[in-house]
Structure formats: C-alpha cells, structure tokens
Design a protein around this ligand. Structure first.
Ligand code: ARG
Length: 423
C-alpha cells in the first residue's frame, strides 16, 4: 500500500467503504464534487458472493484514484464468528448478528487504508435510519477519532430514483443486474433481506427473496446426519474432516440450506429506536449455535449455564449496537472465553424438512455422570440422602407455613370464645 499524504493535485483523500452497489457507486462522484476530495474505495470480502474485483474496476472507471479489495474471510471467521459462537449470540433471541458482526471488521480495514494514505475522511453508504451507520462510525471513533466521516446518502437525502438520475446524468457505470426492490446484505454468517413488501409485517415473505435456502417443495425426503466437532467452543470438524472455520461455515451454509434450514423472519428493534422487519437466511448459524449450546450443556457447570446467558445477551446487544471496539465487549468476551476451555467434543445434528435438530452429544470432558443419573443398575446415588436435602431446602418454607398456621389457630380460638359467650 502506498503512503501518499494527498491525492492528485494536493487534494484531501476520502476512503470509502465500497460494496459496488448503487449507493456507494454514486457516493464516489458525490464526494469528489461536494468535498473536492480524491476517493479511494475499499471493498472487504467477508464471504458475500459478489465479484469485488469487478466492482473495484468500476470504482476506478467512476473516478476513484485507487480501489482496494481486502480478503478478510479468515479474519472474519477467526476473530468475529468464533466469539459470536462461543457467546451463543442472538439479538433479541433470534438474529445471529451476521450483518452487525461484519461492520466493525470492514470499518477497521477502511481505517487502516485511511491511515496508510494519510486520509482526512472516511465514508460509508449507509442511510440515516439504520444500525449500520452507527456501527461504522462508532468503530471509526474507537479506532481513530481524528478521522472525519462523510455519509453521502445521509447528508444528501436522496432516494433511489434520485440516485439513478444522478448516475445517468454523470454517466456513472452501475452494476449490470437490475437493482432489486429489496435491500440485501450478505457475508459468511448470513444474508439479510429487507424493504419492498416485507415492510408490512403481516405480508408473508415472497419466495423470491431467498437465495441460500430451498423451498419446502425441494426439501430432500431423506434426513441428513452431521457430526460437528468443537474445540474449546469453536467448531473444527464436520464428519471427522478438519477444516478452517470459514470453510466449515460455507459448507454448512450449503448443506443446511438445501434442507431449508435457517430462514428467520424477525421484527427487530434497531438501536436508533425504529422497529424494522428483517428476513434472514442463516443456515450455518442455525446449525452451529444450537449444537454449541448442546455441548455446553454437558461440559459446563450448572452455575455457569445459568449465569452465562446474561452476558450472552449483553454481548449480542453490544455487537448489534456497534460497540464491538469497547471495553465492555472485550471484558464480556474474556469471561466467555474463560468458560469455553472444556467445551470440546462432538454434536450430532439431523437436518430434515427445514429443521436442524441436535440428537446426540459427546465429550471426553463431559460432566454428565451416568452412575448418578441412571435409573437402572449401576446406580451409585444413595437416594436416602435426598430426604435431608429436601428438609433443609424447605426449612424456610416450613417457618412461613408454621406462622400462617399459628395465625389461623389464634383466629379459630377467638371465634370459639365468641360462640361460647353468646350461648
Ligand atoms: N437488520 C440487520 C442489522 O441491523 C441487517 C441490516 C442490513 N440489512 C439489509 N437488508 N441491508 O444488523
């Protein structure tokens, strides 16, 4: 990467997080005109199925002085997804946070390019109504508060038709495919779809929104069994085949998606206070998260299992709200990491007709003690011990009950006296 302090002709530089879609394509020209800055685009591959090189070439044709593509799939898996898996992270209990997890990583790549070019500005193509603007900007703030943010779509207040007209007027080259009426975002951990008729929560999602999960009419009639091995809370093998996390996630997206696993229809609460209806396809997450939780069930102590969900919820909320680079998120992750030392073993999952069902767990570090839980021969538990356990557990109930009985007794006696007097 070059270290030029200024762009062509001594202009300031703006580094734009660039996806190649309509918003960021028109943003290049708008920044050039409005801020008289030179634009460098950064496209980060987090597993979206897009041709980012082609998009980058278009950025240069549309006026960017440089267009950088960063392959961050491995880092996304090893530094972000691993943490989300260990935390059983689901926002509002439903959304595996796919879009939310990728934003701080993308922001960190943009900030790194900005630093190496001595750029004054960083820019993104988010609207002023969503979570993503918050996530980008909080990440920029945490990484380098001296960077100035340009948010063309928000500052400009244009709708899609205006943007298309702007592009036509200036001969800006756009992606060949027709822009869809839905807004989508994708990476290894899932696909998000919103807008169009989905904005009415009463309208069932039309089949055309799905790309990773099959329609019920295509679900295989035979089930498919999967063995997933975990090492310290991270999935490392499928059916005995070891693979890096990014590849494992991609394989599960395909295999579970074929059975229609991973469709999520969620009216969620954005950080900015707006409720929004979002649909997701997260096949791999819909297999890995329940499998991980099942393995925790035999490898963690009761105390941790009952306490950890409080921090899992905090983790999810912090990630959703763009607080990835915060002290609290780091501290929560440190706690979660500490709990995962024994979460090693394997989980058997059945894929069948739209569902992923855990149907077996095994661990060398299991805390499950058959000789205690069995109702059959080989029982080592002395059942007589339970009597004293229940007596002590119930002592305070006994105290309350006795006091109540005493009150009733007193009432009864005074009533009897009254009756005697009247007789
Ligand atoms: N609602 C999700 C989130 O806030 C996804 C946002 C991006 N979605 C989209 N369809 N463009 O993380």
């Amino acid at each position: 990467m070059a270290t030029v302090k200024q762009g062509r002709g001594g202009k300031e530089i703006a580094v734009l997080a660039y996806s190649g879609g309509l918003d960021t394509s028109v943003a290049i020209r708008w920044i050039m005109e409005k801020y008289s800055a030179d634009v460098i685009t950064v496209s980060v591959d987090v597993g979206q199925k897009e041709d980012l090189r082609e998009a980058a070439d278009r950025a240069v044709e549309n006026g960017a002085i440089d267009a950088i593509v960063v392959d961050a799939r491995k880092e996304f898996a090893s530094s972000y997804l691993s943490s989300a898996i260990r935390s059983n992270a689901l926002y509002e209990g439903r959304y595996p946070l796919s879009t939310a997890l990728a934003r701080p990583l993308i922001a960190s790549k943009v900030a790194a390019v900005a630093r190496s070019y001595g750029a004054k500005y960083v820019a993104h193509g988010c609207t002023g109504k969503g979570n993503d603007q918050v996530r980008f900007e909080l990440a920029f703030t945490a990484l380098d508060p001296s960077l100035r943010v340009i948010a063309p779509i928000r500052e400009w207040n244009m709708n899609r038709e205006d943007e298309v007209a702007f592009a036509q007027e200036r001969g800006i080259k756009l992606k060949k495919s027709q822009p869809s009426r839905f807004s989508t975002d994708e990476n290894l951990w899932g696909r998000s779809i919103e807008g169009g008729e989905l904005e009415d929560p009463w309208t069932p999602p039309p089949e055309e929104i799905y790309e990773w999960t099959s329609h019920p009419s295509e679900w295989p009639d035979r089930d498919e069994m999967l063995d997933i091995s975990f090492d310290s809370g991270i999935p490392v093998e499928i059916d005995g085949k070891r693979m890096p996390l990014d590849e494992l996630v991609m394989e599960l997206n395909l295999r579970a998606g074929r059975h229609g696993v991973g469709r999520i229809d969620h009216v969620e609460d954005r950080f900015v206070g707006i409720k929004s209806r979002e649909n997701y396809e997260c096949p791999a997450a819909s297999v890995i998260l329940p499998a991980h939780r099942a393995l925790e069930g035999i490898t963690l102590s009761r105390d941790i299992l009952l306490f950890k969900p409080l921090l899992e919820q905090k983790f999810s909320e912090l990630v959703y709200n763009g607080m990835w680079f915060s002290d609290l998120r780091n501290a929560v992750a440190a706690f979660v990491d500490e709990t995962q030392r024994n979460v090693t073993g394997k989980v058997r999952v059945r894929l069948y007709k739209g569902a992923a069902t855990v149907c077996g767990v095994y661990s060398e570090r299991s805390k499950y003690t058959a000789s205690l839980s069995t109702y059959g021969r080989g029982d080592t538990f002395d059942q007589r011990a339970a009597q004293g356990f229940i007596y002590i557990a119930g002592l305070h109930l006994r105290g309350t009950a006795s006091a109540e009985l005493e009150k009733i007794e007193v009432k009864k006696r005074s009533l009897e006296r009254k009756v005697q007097k009247e007789a």
